[in-house]
Write a protein that binds this ligand. Structure first.
Ligand SMILES: [Mn+2]
Length: 224
């Protein structure tokens, strides 16, 4: 029997905070640990974080930052000029990826489901069916933040004061969604969703939502 389902927000290479938060939570053998993606990039210890996650059998869904690295690696297999341009941090990560790291990243899935709990990196729109997803919606799941008043997806920067954050209008049709990507000072708790990215890499804190016996609670670790 599963004891607890522990879901971490965007870690972004913040290894020390992951270790501190995990000490607080104290995962046991029958707990399941999952990340909402964006394990790597931006923070100082991406490779160390990736090693730790693999060694401790922590699972993850795909984040947009892992997706970028995978797309870069896929393009690299051809001789053409790589259309994906990496920054210095991303290049450094790519240069240090082992075969094990690459396999782990390539095998990350877009979503994971545990009963009624659905884990994605960005978000979902009410019309989406994750089991029968249109190809054009794949990148949206990774990047979703704002929708217009008709519920249409907006790319980053298209939003204005009339835009709606997707979780505020989500109707629960894909289950109770746990997501990251957009960071909040405190975990954002809605009727059918929890945003668990609390901006660790921006100096706020790393959080996890923990499900146990039909209830949940949040644990956090303030950045040093
Ligand atoms: Mn993200």
């Amino acid at each position: 029997m599963i004891h607890r389902l522990i879901i971490y927000g965007d870690i972004h290479g913040c290894y020390d905070e992951l270790i501190s938060l995990r000490k607080k939570i104290n995962p046991q053998d029958n707990d399941i640990e999952v990340c909402v993606g964006d394990i790597i990039t931006k923070g100082k210890d991406s490779i160390k974080t990736l090693d730790f996650i693999i060694e401790n059998n922590i699972k993850s869904v795909l984040g947009n930052h892992e997706d970028k690295i995978i797309r870069y690696l896929n393009h690299k297999k051809s001789n053409k000029k790589n259309p994906i341009v990496l920054d210095e941090d991303e290049q450094n990560i790519v240069d240090n990826l082992s075969q094990t790291h690459k396999e782990f990243l390539e095998n990350l899935s877009l979503f994971m489901r545990f009963g009624d709990i659905m884990i994605v990196h960005g978000g979902v729109q009410n019309h989406m069916n994750l089991d029968d997803l249109a190809k054009k919606d794949y990148q949206k799941i990774l990047r979703m933040r704002y929708l217009d008043q008709d519920g249409n997806y907006l790319t980053l920067g298209q939003e204005n004061e009339n835009s709606l954050f997707w979780a505020d209008v989500y109707d629960g049709n894909q289950g109770f969604v746990v997501y990251g990507h957009q960071w909040f000072k405190e975990a954002k708790i809605d009727k059918f969703a929890i945003g668990v990215d609390t901006g660790c890499v921006y100096g706020n804190k790393l959080s996890a939502v923990i499900f146990k016996d039909n209830n949940f609670y949040i644990e956090s670790c303030i950045c040093k």
